[in-house]
Design a protein around this ligand. Structure first.
Ligand code: F6R
Length: 600
């Protein structure tokens, strides 16, 4: 959600900003803009729509060696050029880009900006107008910037230019991600290192409620009260090939295909020299001490949590509750005496999950984050972290992060069982390796799956996914994948629930996709398929070798039943991908969605 790029140095900033914004497109946005400062003053270009359009428009000869850029995902005010960032103060002296939400913007407007006529509907404009007011009072940009930050409540990542000073870029953050990139004779600012990896792989963290002043050669970090701080830089272990599409037409397809490698990498990362599982001993103790686990997550990560509950309960014998992050704080269940909270989040930045983390930390409970992004907010603020090692996931629709989440959850469950000396007839390393091979078999069947997508999903307005037991959770994930990228209205249901209402929606030709990978419900899910087929549904069964019957559309290679959700999700990801492709949808950047959802 929203992206920031900034540059100060000797070169022209325009290309760096535009390239950086293009790399942040995956986060989701609906308008974009850049501002550059040169000897003639500020030059600004903003568009509603894609960075490619901004690029065309910015071609009109603007330049400058100090600049800021932004992709905006609308929160306050519709997507429009007026609401797009950067925003400028009344006199035009201060120019700002901002990610996050200023919770007290109405109060600030009433108290400080009664006499200012605002141009946009954004909370961001309040910040820059406030900056100008405080500059009038303090007559010093650094002081006014710090005083402005002190007044803000909510989340923000901010980069600001003072049009009277071509040598300084002002930066601050609170709860929203922002990094400083360090180069030879230049500095960059980015919401995500991916945006500026071409420029540098050395980065510096900014902590909440800090202000950073950048020149081409210096970085000054200070608290809002002016105390200067020292900080070591670190090297980002990413290379450009991790974040480029290569020969693929879409990131989503590349990421679907990467899943076997991700599983093998997870095995490598979590295997010890005796072929056992290697997990931080502190996490082991936390798991052992928990009398109940509360999994908190959203979207696809929530679906992974539902499957993970089965792993932990069946293997480690600890009761687990899975909660939607955005509901938890308003509907908190009665908690057990010794709970452990597990936050599952690909991005590690989901604001709804963070709100729960903040709340449960206040209550004094321990938290473990399972995430793909080292150094993300949920990782930093939890007591423990398990990394997914899935590599950057750039397509908005999550695929490889989901399978990685399941893999890490099963390893955690088995490790906990072992520390509790439970004897298991299940070798997770072996079974994950078998699952990786099975995924490879499926990703080689793209043509078959594309044909199914064409036959079942090209013109339909809706679709249903059904399953029982663990297949039900995968059905929910399949429905989410399909709706988010193809815009087909889709629902994932427990097979047994159909007849309690939803079957009323089944008409001649309605697609119903059923999963049949669980032995003890095989008979009953097939019964549910019969019920909808009798009412005209266009049914498609995905089963597993050993449980298959004649006319099943796709038969998955046999794998351990517990791990079936890692494999049965693959055809559903591919069905969604091809359905979106055939319906001419923007697969990697679906409308209205953002990759990391940093507002509640
Ligand atoms: C769906 C998808 C979302 C995310 C959700 C949580 O494909 O990507 O549903 O799973 O927004 O995001 P994270 O996992 O980053 O907390």
């Amino acid at each position: 959600m929203c992206g920031i790029v900034g540059y100060i140095g000797q070169n022209d900033a325009k290309g760096i900003l535009l390239n950086g914004l293009a790399r942040l497109e995956y986060r989701g946005y609906d308008s974009a803009g850049i501002a550059l400062l040169n000897q003639d003053g500020i030059q600004m270009t903003k568009v509603k729509g894609r960075v490619a359009v901004l690029e065309e428009k910015a071609d009109e000869g603007i330049s400058g060696s100090l600049g800021i850029g932004h992709t905006r995902w609308a929160t306050h005010g519709v997507p429009s050029i007026i609401n797009a960032h950067p925003h400028q103060s009344g006199t035009g002296r201060f120019i700002i880009v901002h990610n996050g939400v200023i919770e007290n913007y109405e109060a600030l407007k009433r108290e400080y900006l009664k006499d200012v006529s605002l141009i946009s509907d954004t909370d961001t404009e309040i910040i820059v107008q406030l900056m100008e007011k405080l500059f009038e009072r303090f007559q010093d940009t650094r002081t006014a910037f710090c005083e402005t930050m002190k007044l803000l409540k909510g989340s923000y990542a901010i980069a600001m230019i003072d049009a009277e000073d071509r040598n300084t870029l002002y930066v601050s953050k609170n709860k929203s991600p922002l990094l400083i990139g360090i180069g030879e004779g230049f500095h960059v600012v980015a919401s995500d290192a991916m945006a500026t990896l071409k420029e540098t792989n050395r980065y510096l963290e900014i902590h909440d409620e800090e202000v950073v002043l950048l020149t081409s050669d210096t970085v000054t970090i200070q608290t809002l009260t002016g105390e200067e701080l020292e900080r070591e830089s670190y090297t980002v272990e990413l290379d450009l090939s991790d974040i480029e599409k290569g020969t693929y037409s879409h990131y989503m397809l590349k990421e679907i295909d990467e899943q076997p490698f991700v599983l093998r990498r997870i095995i490598e990362e979590y295997q010890d020299e005796n072929n056992g599982i290697s997990i931080d001993p502190a996490i082991r103790i936390a798991m052992q001490q928990a009398d109940r686990i509360y999994i908190i997550a959203a979207g696809t990560s929530y679906h992974a949590g539902l499957v993970g509950k089965g792993f932990i309960e069946k293997l480690a014998g600890i009761p687990v509750e899975v909660h939607i992050a955005s509901e938890f704080n308003y509907n908190m269940p009665i908690l057990s005496d010794s709970p452990l909270f597990i936050f599952i989040s690909q991005s590690g930045e989901t604001a709804d999950s963070r709100a729960v983390l903040v709340q449960i930390k206040k209550m004094g409970f321990p938290a473990l984050t399972i995430t793909n992004v080292a150094g993300s907010t949920l990782s930093r603020e939890a007591d423990y972290t398990l990394h997914l090692h899935a590599g950057p996931e750039i397509a908005v629709a999550s695929t490889k992060a989901y399978t990685a989440q399941l893999a890490v959850l099963v390893l955690l469950a088995v490790d906990t069982a072992e520390t509790k000396e439970v004897t298991l007839d299940f070798d997770p390393i072996r079974e994950l390796a078998i699952a990786a091979n099975a995924i490879e078999v499926l990703t080689d069947q793209k043509e078959t799956i594309e044909n199914l997508a064409r036959d079942y999903l090209t013109t339909t307005p809706n679709a249903f996914f059904i399953g029982r037991s663990a297949d039900y959770y995968v059905a929910m994930e399949g429905a989410l994948k399909l709706k988010e990228i193809s815009y087909i209205q889709a629902e994932g249901l427990a097979g047994g629930e159909l007849k309690h209402g939803t079957i009323a929606l089944i008409e001649e030709g309605t697609p119903v996709i059923a999963l049949a990978t669980q032995v003890y419900v095989n008979y009953s899910i097939r019964g549910n398929v019969q019920e909808v087929a009798a009412r005209g549904a266009n049914t498609l069964i995905i089963s597993m070798d050993g449980l298959n019957e004649e006319n099943d559309a796709l038969v998955l290679p046999e794998i351990h039943e517990l791990l079936a959700p890692l494999v049965s999700v693959i055809p559903l990801q591919l069905l969604a991908y091809y359905a979106a492709l055939h319906r001419d949808c923007d697969v990697d950047k679906p409308r209205n969605l953002a990759k990391s959802v940093t507002v509640e």
